[in-house]
Write a protein that binds this ligand. Structure first.
Ligand code: HEM
Length: 179
């Protein structure tokens, strides 16, 4: 997992819960990095999982909820870091249906070792989209947060329903209807 995901995550934790919480979740985790991250480095996903689990335990918020809030913050990082990529689009359905064959393809050119999910488009109309998310990391709520913000970016909103295909969240159907 890319370092920028860790550095932005810990910054958000510090903002929302304070530096003590950052120290607490790092020191209670068993981290190969020792909790020292650079935005260009690459770290094991298990480190993110441990940080999330300890944050969840200490705040009482679910991991899904934490990932949702984190993704909403991460979208603004993407807006600032990749303005050109976002400027290619003028419609949220077009953008979200292009993650697999355009956006993440470009991401992989920048970071060949990125750990990305797959999104398979099952149905697409002007106002709706059905996609299957697949990833061993089960970060579907991170996807949900990015989708919410994608609609907001285009001054729009949507109703997004998640249906787990696999109980562990590694395969999830997204049913998206633009309002
Ligand atoms: C992960 C880039 C848009 C869904 C990531 C990662 C990067 C990235 C750098 C981390 C990879 C790693 O840690 O190895 C981008 C850029 C985007 C974009 C530059 C737009 C300009 C989106 C959108 C979605 C999305 C709109 C909405 C569905 C995800 C998910 C992950 C991810 C769910 C977590 C990894 C996983 O589930 O396996 N993306 N992304 N991305 N991205 Fe994107």
């Amino acid at each position: 997992m890319k370092g920028i995901v860790f550095t932005e995550f810990l910054e958000l934790v510090e903002d929302k819960f304070g530096l003590e919480m950052v120290d607490k979740i790092i020191s209670s985790s068993d981290l190969e990095s020792n909790g020292v991250y650079t935005s260009v480095g690459t770290y094991s996903f298990s480190e993110m999982l441990q940080l999330l689990q300890h944050l969840s335990k200490n705040t009482g918020l679910s991991i899904d909820n934490l990932l949702l809030v984190y993704a909403e913050h991460f979208f603004s990082v993407l807006e600032d870091s990749y303005p050109g990529l976002l400027a290619t689009y003028n419609d949220p359905i077009e953008m979200i249906s292009s993650i697999e064959n355009h956006i993440h393809v470009e991401v992989r050119k920048i970071y060949p070792d990125a750990e990305l999910p797959t999104f398979e488009v099952l149905e697409k109309t002007q106002n709706s989209l059905v996609m299957i998310y697949t990833s061993s990391r089960a970060m579907h709520h991170f996807g949900l947060g990015l989708m919410n913000k994608t609609f907001e970016h285009f001054n729009s909103t949507a109703n997004i329903v998640l249906e787990k295909i696999k109980e562990d969240g590694t395969e999830v159907k997204f049913i998206i209807t633009k309002n």
